[in-house]
Ligand binder design. Structure first.
Ligand SMILES: [Zn+2]
Ligand SMILES: [Zn+2]
Length: 393
């Protein structure tokens, strides 16, 4: 192995206490999206102490940041993205503490070893992944433009790369009917709840006549007040997903039509509130391969091919702008899903700590390769351009 890469790994080991300290602090202080003040403060302070130039509150987001180090101008510009938000009522059930610590560790290791090799490393603190998707306004503000590649890590039940993710739309349907005594004068009422229930039923029929990659899931967010009152107001929230944006747009319109039909059938009024919309991830296989090669080099456990079943992520927005890849690093037993107590508990365990160190080395090693192998970077950019022009996962 190349000496500089070996030195990068050694620096990660030497900073083990610092990196694990960040992990455990963020784990012990879970903060919801856009309120991750303690995490953002710790990360920006640490990066500034290690020679990064820090800009806070980027894209107008109070807990977003950008930290830049240029060893020598003219080289590749590599973005390292980290999340640090927790889940309401659960804490760090998605392992974002692992991300913040390993990415910071990777950045410090690169900072200490690049010497006068031309390169720029930019760490992006990206808030609110679980709620309003901080990467979207950051992308819209142009923060990721000009990167040659963007890398991320995430904890997992196996070590792998994200091969794809689903495009998603979130929508709220609010139906307004007319209240009446449910026994004395039901004929004078219009049930908004009936419209919600018809919407759910209509979607069940729709489900059979869409592509098999489509996923539609909903909850009733308002079902009326009391059974002896015809429900005047009722509402439901749906998430609608598909493998690509173009097809998803057609499905979303059909779901809207189901709700419009329910309104027509019942006489209730419908208001549609469109929530967040994320695109599917664009996949750059060469970059995925490079990440996994590096994970293998540093002895990551449970290495497997990309998952077939997947959710959605705001990182997908970044992958439509620059080549991007996310390394999943195993720290919970195979099959244990995220957003669970098991993930919270594993976040500070010996396995969690090992994953943080492994990820820091693998990410830093990948950046080193991108900086020192211009032909590979070129291949990655060509594959990205091709993926972008056919817009498929
Ligand atoms: Zn999550
Ligand atoms: Zn997550």
């Amino acid at each position: 192995m190349n000496q500089m890469k070996a030195n990068i790994y050694t620096t990660v080991e030497q900073n083990r206490d610092l990196i694990i300290g960040i992990n455990d602090f963020i784990h012990d202080n879970p903060e919801l999206g856009h309120q991750e003040f303690k995490a953002a403060e710790l990360l920006t302070r640490t990066l500034a102490e290690h020679g990064f130039q820090v800009e806070k509150e980027v894209a107008g987001l109070p807990t977003a940041f950008k930290a830049t180090y240029t060893s020598k101008p003219g080289g590749p510009v590599i973005g390292l993205l980290c999340e640090y938000d927790a889940l309401e009522g659960l804490g760090h059930g998605c392992g974002h503490n692992l991300q913040a610590s390993s990415i910071t560790g990777a950045a410090i290791a690169l900072r200490n070893n690049l010497g006068d090799l031309p390169a720029t490393i930019i760490v992006f603190g990206t808030p609110a992944e679980e709620t309003t998707s901080g990467k979207v306004p950051m992308a819209e503000a142009g923060l990721f433009d000009g990167l040659d590649a963007a890398l991320m890590m995430h904890g997992g039940d196996r070590t792998t790369v994200d091969g794809k993710s689903l495009a998603i739309n979130s929508v709220d349907f609010v139906f307004t009917g007319k209240a009446a005594h449910a026994a004395v004068s039901p004929e004078q009422g219009i049930s908004a709840l009936d419209a919600v229930l018809l919407t759910f039923n209509g979607i069940e029929y729709l489900r059979e006549h869409v592509r098999s990659d489509v996923k539609i899931h909903g909850t009733i967010t308002d079902g009326g007040t009391a059974p002896n009152i015809v429900p005047e107001r009722a509402a439901a929230k749906f998430l609608i997903r598909a493998a690509d944006r173009e097809y998803l747009n057609t499905v979303v319109e059909r779901v809207f039509n189901v709700a419009r039909g329910a309104a027509l059938a019942t006489g209730a009024k419908l208001t549609i509130h469109e929530g967040k919309a994320l695109d599917n991830k664009l996949n750059v296989q060469r970059l995925n391969d490079l990440l996994l090669e590096n994970a293998r080099q540093v002895g990551a456990r449970e290495i497997t091919p990309p998952r077939q079943s997947t959710g959605s992520t705001d990182f997908s927005t970044v992958t439509h702008r620059v080549p991007g890849a996310c390394l999943r690093v195993s720290f919970v037993p195979f099959g244990v899903s995220n957003h669970t107590r098991e993930w919270v508990e594993a976040g500070k365990s010996a396995d969690g700590h090992a994953a943080v160190i492994t990820a820091a080395k693998a990410i830093a090693g990948t950046v080193y390769d991108l900086i020192t192998m211009p032909d590979v970077l070129q291949e990655i950019q060509e594959e990205f351009k091709a993926a972008k022009s056919n817009k498929l996962p």
